[in-house]
Design a binder for this molecule. Structure first.
Ligand code: NDP
Ligand code: ISN
Length: 314
């Protein structure tokens, strides 16, 4: 199989198009991030994923603006996402205006609420108490539903084209979808997803409700541990493609957006090239996580992302 540059897009429930592959930017230094975003845009990517908490919005924005200037391409050809951090949950407009300032952009295409967790505002983004425990705002005082409600006006203000959620399970999505005060449905749910965490029920639920899934940590996050999996390695050898190409192609074959992160030019260029997988291969890779689901992300709170329950404890 010969991998080719992926030009696939999906249509969001707003009618806007989103490219199937986006560059992830978590855990890259300013310089790495600038070079990664610039390389990506020069090599076929039109979709970049960042977040307030990554601390790199300025370098992401500089790379985007330099690229737009040098290429003559117009802003509307790119799809840019950033995320509302949990300690800014009560003032999303201020938070987004600050993100736009750092990005040096007039609008973004997608603003996500990063985690279904509310954190008190403090001089740091992740405040802890004297015993070292992360602080959260009690559920009854403020929760993810209040946060999402507040984000709706950002679309009306033209600061973002769309809003969505991240790290939501089915019960949390149901609460958002059933709330009478919520008029703007999330366009997507960005969650950890890879062959070791295929999240089949969540995919089904989101499909039924026209919410697009975006896969984060598609290679298993730092060090790409998913690529060591024996089944994945065997299938990639059989098809003469790299394990990373297989994992990324798998995500696209399942109808999800995928956000591989890399700061290596060669990998960035490789990661946007995919192959078409048949249904059997998709299922064979799903079997890895059906038998032994593994969550690789290590959030500083207990996220029951794939359980059929809502909970005041995250
Ligand atoms: N909404 C949320 O809560 C979250 C969102 N995200 C988003 O998703 C993105 C991707 O997830 P992330 O956790 O960063 O991890 P990924 O699964 O994308 O893996 C990144 C790791 O894989 C390596 N890698 C990249 N390409 C290849 C390749 N072709 N072959 C071998 N190794 C490779 C990278 O190294 P190198 O850079 O050296 O190439 C890095 O160590 C994030 O960057 C972020 O944008 C991530 C986590 C949570
Ligand atoms: O984007 C993120 N990557 C993470 C990895 C571990 C814990 C939290 C996060 C993020 O919010």
């Amino acid at each position: 199989m010969i991998p080719e540059i992926c030009t696939k897009t999906y249509t969001l429930n707003t009618g806007a198009k989103i490219p199937a592959i986006g560059l992830g930017t978590w855990k890259s230094t300013d310089e790495e991030c600038y070079n990664a975003v610039k390389t990506a845009l020069e090599n076929g990517y039109t979709h970049i994923d960042t977040a307030r908490i990554y601390g790199n919005e300025e370098s992401v924005g500089k790379a985007i603006n330099d690229y737009l200037k040098e290429s003559g391409i117009s802003r509307d050809k790119l799809f840019i996402t950033t995320k509302l951090w949990c300690s800014e949950c009560k003032e999303p407009e201020k938070a987004l205006r600050e993100s736009l300032n750092r990005l040096n952009l007039e609008y973004i295409d997608l603003y996500l609420t990063h985690w279904p967790v509310a954190i008190p505002k403090a001089d740091v983004l992740m405040p802890i108490n004297d015993e070292g425990k992360r602080l959260v705002i009690p559920y009854d005082e403020w929760n993810y539903i209040d946060t999402y409600k507040g984000m709706q006006k950002l679309v009306e203000l033209g600061l973002t084209k769309a809003i969505g959620v991240s790290n939501y399970n089915i019960p949390k999505l149901k609460k958002i979808l059933n709330d009478k005060e919520i008029k703007i449905k999330p366009v997507c749910n960005q969650v950890e997803m890879h062959p070791s965490l295929p999240q089949i029920e969540l995919i089904e639920f989101c499909k039924e409700n026209n919410i697009l899934i975006q896969c984060y940590s598609p290679l298993g996050s730092t060090g790409a541990p998913i690529l060591e999996n024996e089944i994945l390695q065997n299938i990639s050898k059989k098809n003469n493609i790299s394990p990373a190409c297989l994992a990324i192609s798998w995500a696209v074959a399942r109808g999800t957006v995928v956000l591989p992160k890399s700061v290596s030019s060669k990998r960035i260029i490789d990661n946007i090239k995919i192959v078409q997988l048949d249904e059997n291969t998709v299922k064979e890779l799903e079997s890895i996580g059906i038998e032994n689901p593994q969550r690789v992300g290590n959030p500083p709170w207990d996220v029951k992302i794939n359980l059929f329950e809502d909970s005041e404890v995250y």
